[in-house]
Design a protein around this ligand. Structure first.
Ligand SMILES: N[C@@H](CCC(=O)N[C@@H](CS)C(=O)NCC(=O)O)C(=O)O
Length: 204
């Protein structure tokens, strides 16, 4: 999207050398535990996850929701598992249960009227403020680990202090080489960019 409008420029993230570059997530609000002060506070029924079955980043948010037994606390809607010239879309089989919108970019525009950037899943939506809290799955997962503990979640710690170093190391390896590597290989526009990305994928 550019300035709140949907643009179909598929090359928006491709560098001059043909290498695909991931643009950083820009919606980075944080849900705080129940009883805290702040724009986003944990509450049963207040937040909704938008995901897609074919997105590895959405998967970790979906897994977090199940591990923390948040199914009755945070709702979920799935975009259709394919890409269109409107980006992520909703269909009869994959409806937007909250807004009945037809494409995810409508929700980004509703949240940030001049939004510029990629329209990605997953997003965590705040029904009270009618806005996107976050479009960064790593943050969503960390919030899920503890923010809802007094608002319906179990007390499973997904990011235990003693294991954080090891978890961060795995995250870095998996994110850079594999998850992002698949994108860099798939969207590469030169043979050299493809070779470099694909080797990282199979080095995992
Ligand atoms: N940093 C984001 C990345 C999410 C992401 O790239 N999702 C992909 C699907 S797997 C997407 O929606 N891509 C659409 C696009 O870039 O236009 C996160 O981890 O949440």
């Amino acid at each position: 999207m550019a300035d709140g409008r949907w643009v179909t420029d598929a090359d928006i993230a491709t560098a001059k050398d043909g290498a695909w570059q991931r643009t950083p997530s820009v919606l980075r609000g944080i849900v705080k535990p129940a009883g805290s002060k702040g724009d986003f506070v944990a509450e049963a029924g207040r937040y909704h996850l938008y995901a897609a079955w074919n997105c590895p980043w959405a998967h970790r948010a979906l897994l977090g929701r199940v591990f923390k037994e948040l199914e009755g606390v945070i709702g979920v809607s799935y975009c259709a598992p394919r890409r269109t010239d409107q980006g992520w879309v909703f269909t009869r089989e994959y409806p937007d249960d909250l807004h009945a919108s037809s494409a995810l970019h409508e929700l980004y525009a509703q949240a940030v009227s001049d939004y510029s950037g990629r329209v990605t899943v997953p997003i965590l939506w705040d029904k009270h403020a009618s806005t996107v809290v976050s479009n960064e799955s790593a943050d969503i997962l960390r919030m899920m680990s503890s923010a809802w503990n007094d608002a319906g979640a179990n007390d499973l710690d997904l990011y235990p202090l003693a294991l954080r170093h090891e978890i961060d190391g795995w995250n870095e390896r998996i994110h850079t080489g594999l998850n992002n590597g698949v994108y860099r290989a798939g969207f590469a526009e030169t043979q050299a960019a493809y070779e470099s990305a694909v080797r990282e994928v199979f080095k995992m």
